[in-house]
Design a protein around this ligand. Structure first.
Ligand code: IPE
Ligand code: IPE
Ligand code: MG
Length: 247
């Protein structure tokens, strides 16, 4: 069965009003499960289904880049039971999308994948490599991702270039930093959507979201629907982005 069966969908706003890059902080899985008297892992399974639905819809309406916060550098503090459950979902999902590459989605793992078990890390690398020429939608999965950690990595790479005599400190620009992020070459985030009622970024794409618009909703991620995404997109289309300029 196709994962990304293309449907004819009319976007909620004119195509030129759509954000180019949308970031999703998929939050609220644990609370969703708790409300049902179930373990947190049950919420992650439901959240995974929402993720697939929303990603597929992003493609249908013509969003070019969609980033999803899957696992943060701070999430390692969770129980082994929860982490093992997330590994299981990752394995299943990576295998699933690997067998649907013909549907045109390009996959990029944003974060240090070497912290995951070797088989997951290998699946991630293979998926990135095998999908690199796909153009339907760029799906960025932020796994073991933290914005501060990403900036640290970028600084280390740049420092190594300076040390090797390949770069002068005064030649380091904002672009140099951006070029050494996991998202090198990907446009900045235009719209961040965070469900679950929390009003924070939680270390998500902090550099890339410097001028993003934010949309918060109390809906828990497993309950988030394509209609909710439409609402966020309509809200976004009505905002005036000035980037520091004057009207
Ligand atoms: C987000 O949902 C998923 C991950 C962080 C992996 P949570 O697990 O944070 O759900 P809540 O915030 O506890 O409800
Ligand atoms: C952010 O959610 C991380 C992911 C969605 C993967 P968290 O639930 O971990 O963030 P906090 O603890 O509310 O800041
Ligand atoms: Mg949370």
């Amino acid at each position: 069965m196709a994962l990304f069966a293309k449907k004819e969908v009319t976007p909620p706003v004119a195509p030129e009003q759509l954000p180019v890059h949308v970031g999703f902080i998929m939050d609220g899985n644990g609370r969703w499960a708790k409300k049902r008297g179930m373990p947190r892992g049950f919420g992650h399974i439901a959240g995974g289904k929402t993720y697939q639905k929303i990603l597929s819809y992003c493609r249908d309406i013509g969003i070019k880049y969609a980033s999803f916060y899957v696992f943060s550098t701070e999430n390692w503090s969770r129980s082994q039971e929860e982490i093992q459950g997330i590994y299981k979902l990752m394995r299943q999902y990576l295998d699933d999308v690997q067998s649907h590459l013909a549907e045109g989605v390009r996959w990029i793992i944003v974060g240090d994948k070497t912290a995951f078990p070797a088989d997951i890390c290998e699946r991630m690398k293979k998926l990135e490599e095998d999908s690199k020429d796909n153009t339907e939608l760029v799906a960025l999965m932020c796994c073991n991702y933290g914005g501060r950690n990403e900036l640290m990595h970028s600084a280390r790479e740049i420092a190594a270039l300076v040390k090797a005599g390949k770069l002068e400190p005064e030649d380091i620009t904002e672009q140099t930093l951006a070029d050494h992020l996991y998202t090198a070459g990907i446009p900045d985030v235009d719209l961040v959507i965070r469900p679950s009622g929390e009003l924070r970024l939680s270390n998500f794409l902090i550099w890339q979201c410097a001028y993003a618009e934010y949309y918060f909703t109390n809906i828990l991620w497993p309950d988030f629907t394509t209609e909710d995404l439409d609402k966020a997109l309509i809200d976004y289309a009505g905002r005036g982005r000035r980037f520091g300029g004057a009207e």
